[in-house]
Each structure stands twice: as C-alpha cells, then as structure tokens.
Design a protein around this ligand. Structure first.
Ligand code: UDP
Ligand code: MG
Length: 313
C-alpha cells in the first residue's frame, strides 16, 4: 500500500460520496486506501459508507466507533490502522480539496530529505469572532507552549511512516494532534492551500469547542499556567499586605471604621477569586493526570469493514 488517507466523519452524509469520487479521480495512478472513521454519526453517514465499500472494496475501509469520541480519537484510530508508506489526514467536508493530496504526494516522492508536508491555510474562511479566536489561539499557544505551532498550519498533512510511528508512540489519552506534530519534529515542508466552504452540514467546532480545544492544547504542551499561578499568588499576597498596612494606618490615624469594613470585604473577594482561579488551573492539570492514569482506550470500535484479520485490535 502506497498511501493511506484518514478521513474522520461526524454527520457527513452529504459530503462523503462526493469526497470519495474526487479522491478516486485525483488518485487514479496511486495505490491507496481510504480509511473512513465514523465517529458516532447520527445521520446516514454509516449507510453511505457501507454503500461505498460495497461499490469499491479495493479502496474503501471503514471503522465505526461505538459513540462520538471526537476528531482527535478518530485521527489516532486512522493512524493505528493505516498500512501505507505515506499517510495523510483529510476532512470529510471538502473544505480541504483532494487535489492537494497529489501535490503533497509528489513532493514526498521527489524530496526524500523531507518526512512530512503540511498545508497552511492561505485564506481563512472564518468570519468575525471565529477568525479572531483562531488567531488569538495560535498567538497564545506559541507564547505558552514548549512546542511551536506554525500559524494556520492544519492537520491536512501527508507524512512518511516514520512520522506515523512517532505519532502513535505518544500514548497520551487527551490528544492534541497539532501539538504532537510539532513535538515529534522531523523535516516538514509547509505549502499554502485555500480552504473551501463546507459543502453540507455545519461545522462541529463552534467558538466554545475551539476554546476548549485550545485549553486541551495548552494543558498538554505547557506547564506555564502552573508557574504563572505562583507569580500571581505572590503578587496578590504582596498587594494584599501593602493594602493592609495602608488600611491600618488609615484606621489608626483617621478612625475610618465603616470604610475599612467595605475595603476588607473587597480585598477578601479579590483574594478568594484569585485562589479559585489558581485552584482551577491546578485542578485542570490534575484532571489531565487523572485521565492518563485511568488509562481508558481513546476510542472503541464497534464495527470494522474492509480490514483483513491481521488488522489490529
Ligand atoms: N469530526 C469528527 N468528530 C467530531 C467532530 C468532527 O470526526 O466529533 C470530523 C468532521 O466530520 C470533519 C472534520 O472532523 O471531517 C473537521 O470537522 P469540522 O469540519 O466540523 O471542523 P472545522 O472544519 O469547522 O474546523
Ligand atoms: Mg470543516
């Protein structure tokens, strides 16, 4: 097998058949497998995938999860089941045009010194708050994390099996693939691509979900919030101490009893607030450790279609 294409699908009944046709069109000279991962869809995605498999058993493989485990889990499953010399990720919604797969493939074929090609969004199809959110996300991530994320570099990448093996070897349960790509290193070539509008359905990543995803990234690849907690704690303690002295002087000198009570209440609220934020930060890291220690599988496969007996799990 030359190329494995990993396609996470959550409620993509309107896109997958078109995507499959496009893949087949652009990859006709390449020996490839398209691994569709049905991530707990509740529309007709599975029905469509079964039909695709019946029509083209040579190229189509399907993994169906027992429920929605999120895109990151689907990506890991794809990596674990991929058998190609090259592996790539592509979204099912046609926002990433399959024509770029040929470009990435040819680049890897002709440039042996590179291990990976990553497509970087040229235009951004997100408007207003989402675009602001995504830019802020990259800035924040790069400031905070030990790994450097290429601005607007997507998961739309193709890589050799050494990269695939390295990605699988990171056994963390809470996965943040963009960070994992950066962490494993290798020689990466960045190429520009145009993001296209979604063909059907709606994005699974609203502002809140993107924010949560950013938090996963920061918790997985940075310990800075913990260190900042200490600084914040020291600063607020110092501030409180200075204010206490000022209050004491005021009370002793002018006898401002009532004002002092209000001020104390305010001071306590500020300190409690800070404490709870710090606790929250520490708690988030502990929650992450908890998830890792529980060691539950990242996903559960309900059904495998098109994999031979040697297929893992
Ligand atoms: N996806 C998935 N599981 C999820 C959410 C999304 O497998 O829980 C898939 C989705 O079907 C699509 C890809 O991940 O193929 C990207 O999702 P989406 O288009 O919703 O994200 P966006 O492009 O808006 O970032
Ligand atoms: Mg999309």
């Amino acid at each position: 097998m030359k190329l494995s294409i990993i396609i996470p699908c959550k409620n993509e009944e309107g896109s997958i058949t078109i995507l499959y046709k496009k893949l087949n069109e652009v990859l006709k000279d390449i020996k490839y497998e398209a691994i569709f991962i049905d991530d707990g869809s509740n529309d007709k995605t599975m029905e469509k995938l079964r039909k695709l498999y019946e029509d083209d058993m040579q190229h189509v493989k399907v993994l169906s999860f027992s429920r929605n485990f999120m895109k990151e889990a689907a990506m890991l499953a794809g990596l674990e089941y991929a058998t190609g010399e090259y592996t790539c990720f592509i979204d099912a919604d046609l926002q990433q045009n399959p024509k770029y797969l040929v470009e990435m493939y040819e680049f890897l074929e002709n440039n042996k010194e590179y291990d990976e090609v990553a497509m970087v969004m040229e235009n951004k199809n997100h408007k207003g708050i989402m675009s602001l959110g995504k830019n802020a996300f990259y800035k924040l991530m790069n400031k905070m994390c030990d790994v450097k994320l290429e601005n607007a570099a997507s998961d739309f990448r193709m890589f050799r099996s050494n990269v695939k093996d390295a990605m699988i070897s990171l056994s963390e349960k809470t996965r943040f693939t963009k960070g994992i790509f950066a962490w494993v290193g290798f020689n990466v070539k960045y190429l520009p691509y145009e993001v296209e509008p979604r063909t059907s359905g709606s994005s699974n990543f609203g502002f809140i979900n993107s924010f949560k995803y950013a938090m996963v990234g920061i918790l997985s690849f940075s310990n800075k919030p913990l260190k900042w907690s200490i600084n914040l704690g020291i600063t607020s303690l110092l501030g409180a101490f200075i204010y206490f002295i000022v209050l004491l002087v005021q009370i002793l000198a002018f006898g401002l009893k009532m004002k002092a009570v209000y001020a104390l209440i305010l001071l306590m609220l500020v300190l409690f607030g800070t404490q709870f934020i710090l606790l929250g930060i520490v708690g988030s890291y502990i929650a992450n450790i908890n998830t890792e220690v529980r060691n539950r599988p990242v996903y559960i496969v309900k059904e495998k279609i098109g994999f031979n007996e040697k297929g893992i799990l």
